[in-house]
Design a protein around this ligand. Sequence first.
Ligand SMILES: Cc1cc2nc3c(=O)[nH]c(=O)nc-3n(C[C@H](O)[C@H](O)[C@H](O)COP(=O)(O)O)c2cc1C
Length: 193
Amino acid sequence: MSKPYLQIIIGSTRPGRRGAAVGNWFHDLVIRDDRFGVELIDLAEVGLPLLDEPLPPGRGPYTQEHTWRWSRTISAGEAYVFVVPEYNHSYNAATKNALDFLGEEWRNKPVGFVGYGGIAAGARAVQALTPVVAALGMIPLTQAVHIPGINRVVSAGGPFKSEDRLDASATKMLDDLFRWAAEGGSLRRAATE
Ligand SMILES: Cc1cc2nc3c(=O)[nH]c(=O)nc-3n(C[C@H](O)[C@H](O)[C@H](O)COP(=O)(O)O)c2cc1C
């Protein structure tokens, strides 16, 4: 049986962001774990503009080449992990924009979260993101990874200095993601029958 295809999406896009180091740490961990095919997607590189489609997804064909490209990318995923910073007690705008561009592409696929920030460890970012992915028909996992005091574990331009607790939490989330990737596949097959 082939491995489920996991896409890790780095949400933050600003210069000096910590998100790239967090995403690289998680990506390396998934490779070592060896249960998934994996792709690291960086929204800073994807470079979507603010939503510029005249119709909501599913109400008509996309009109922009970047939307088709994003649609093809996300269609390949069977499970996702969003790496999200906490900005003003929520998650960042680029992540919301990237979600809003698409519809059916996200449906019936499990999604995990790696949230990070200050003392709140990205908890409010993950809390705000959960109903949004549920509205898109995704399967949000309750087991998330929370990284408090992000500047403690990564400095600007530096690598992520992981801790056993964070690696263990990430592996636990992968356990759930692996189980739900199979369930999601059954749901999607049933929906097309
Ligand atoms: C616009 C902005 C708002 C922020 N608001 C919060 C916040 O509400 N809670 C928090 O814990 N950290 C907050 N922070 C700190 C960020 O979580 C921290 O800077 C983190 O590194 C941001 O992710 P990034 O470096 O990948 O962009 C904020 C940072 C920015 C840039």
